[in-house]
Write a protein of this length. Structure first.
Length: 492
């Protein structure tokens, strides 16, 4: 089949996991990204790093370099015309692929290197040892290569409703109530899902934790698996305490041919889409529904000319079990399917914003082993807020790379208003809740999203440990409670 010379092609992928014994022998994030790029070069069958038009880095938390792509370029002896840095968000790696694919197809880019890396584990060990890194910094400003999104309204920040470990459990309890499962039965349900994810990680050479866990181990609180935000013990939370990096090399088909990259290394991005839910959790219509995933996911499949059952390789973002369930439900996927190719963020590792680059690299590798198959990747940022999708294949897309950003349709969907604590004082009905625990396993704060009789949402919280224990033992979604004028939750 003749390939249009402007067709975007993924020619090389690289992944690295660092398990340094100490501090002195640990690479910093830039050095890890450089190594991941070298591995992507080798994966493409090349002897040296091809000259890129751009190096784009997924925003990282381990260190503030200023412009990490500049140091990567210097270390590799490259002179790209652009050194870019993304906004924050786990959707970002797939968004960067979507953007680069569009630019390659349009002729404004010919070859781009995408990379990201974190050394959260090394930084934690440095802090424990009282060591401050002597890593590089620069005042040179990078080119911003993705858009940011404000995801917390002032009322949420004032009440300290900002942490994913607080909010994803809210979604989980809403999903549990809708399914009609008991608390105990639902814990079995999600722990069995997570056990299947751990079995994939056990076979992944780039997984942080290469061990299969039983469902009982995952759902049972213990000294090494303490309850964090009920219903999630530690093993149901993303594991960000990792040192990991990844890289992708994307170019035009014409450039891939000129470089001499073997045709069996080529992976084609067929389609991409980006979208976000209503930005503030307080304005979501429901906590057990993600319309932006449904719409943007449907569009990416339509643009690729396939249905979800035509896709054999799937990787869903997996920071918490509720994310996987929401994504699968919105995409029409059974939870019985293999929904991760890496093992997911709790087991394969969750290097903050860059997990999805590892997912794309893994999907590309599997596609090479299964010619003719298609792969779907979903990236998620925030609180199932920002979404990026990509469909990949070993054969070129018939009509070229296709893209959509259906945000106007999502913005037009219904949204709830948030009542102030004074306005919400009185009777309300719980729609979702989480019970945050201290390090000794004692409930320290219960956070509940409640609905008022007029349909508005209101937040309630409590530091009553006995109430927290009761809400861990029984179903409280659908119960009537009282909110006082300060937003304190009082059981009726």
């Amino acid at each position: 089949m003749t390939v249009d010379p402007r067709t975007p092609v993924l020619i090389g992928v690289g992944q690295m996991v660092q398990r340094a014994d100490g501090i002195d022998d640990a690479l910093d994030p830039v050095e890890m990204m450089v190594e991941a790029i070298r591995r992507a070069v080798s994966d493409a069958g090349l002897d040296s790093v091809p000259a890129p038009d751009a190096i784009r880095v997924v925003s990282l938390l381990s260190w503030r370099y200023g412009n990490p792509a500049r140091f990567i370029a210097d270390d590799l002896g490259l002179a790209p015309r652009e050194t870019g840095l993304s906004a924050m968000g786990g959707n970002t790696p797939q968004t960067l692929v979507n953007t680069a694919s569009r630019e390659i197809a349009a002729g404004s880019l010919d070859l781009v290197i995408l990379t990201g890396g974190e050394t959260t584990r090394t930084r934690a060990r440095m802090r424990k040892a009282g060591v401050e890194p002597q890593w590089r910094t620069t005042d040179e400003m990078p080119t911003l290569v993705s858009e940011d999104l404000v995801m917390n309204m002032p009322e949420e920040r004032e009440r300290k409703i900002v942490m994913p470990i607080q909010i994803y459990p809210l979604f989980e309890t809403a999903l549990r109530a809708r399914a009609g499962r008991s608390v105990a039965d639902h814990q079995v349900h999600i722990s069995e899902l997570w056990s299947r994810f751990s079995q994939v990680a056990a076979q992944n050479p780039y997984a942080w934790t290469q061990r299969a866990y039983t469902a009982e181990e995952i759902r049972t609180p213990s000294a090494t698996n303490r309850m964090i935000g009920f219903p999630y013990p530690k093993m149901m939370n993303s594991n960000n305490d990792v040192d990991m990096s990844a890289a992708l090399i994307l170019c035009s088909a014409e450039r891939a041919t000129a470089l001499g990259v073997a045709r069996d290394r080529w992976i084609f991005p067929h389609s991409g889409s980006d979208a976000h839910e209503h930005p503030f959790v307080s304005h979501r219509e429901h906590f057990c529904d993600t319309p932006a995933i449904s719409l943007a996911g449907r569009r990416v499949l339509e643009l690729a000319g396939v249905g979800i059952d035509d896709v054999g390789i799937v990787d869903l973002y997996s920071c918490f079990p509720s994310a996987v369930q929401l994504g699968a439900m919105s995409l029409g996927l059974s939870l019985d399917r293999q929904l991760t190719r890496t093992g997911g963020l709790p087991f394969a590792g969750g290097p903050w914003n860059n997990y999805v680059m590892h997912a794309i690299a893994t999907v590309a590798t599997e596609l090479r082993e299964r010619p003719g198959e298609r792969g779907l990747v979903w990236g998620n940022g925030g609180y199932t807020t920002k979404h990026a999708f990509g469909v990949y294949g070993t054969e070129p897309p018939a009509g070229g790379f296709a893209y959509d950003y259906p945000q106007d349709q999502i913005d037009a969907l219904p949204a709830r208003s948030l009542a102030s604590p004074a306005e919400a004082a009185g009777t309300a009905t719980i729609e979702g809740y989480s019970v945050m625990h201290d390090r000794d396993g004692v409930p320290e704060r219960t956070l509940a999203s409640c609905l008022l009789a007029d349909g508005r949402r209101a937040w309630g919280d409590s530091t009553d440990a006995d109430l927290g224990r009761a809400m861990c033992a029984e179903e409280w979604v659908g119960r009537s409670v009282t909110l006082d004028a300060d937003g304190r939750l009082i059981a009726e």
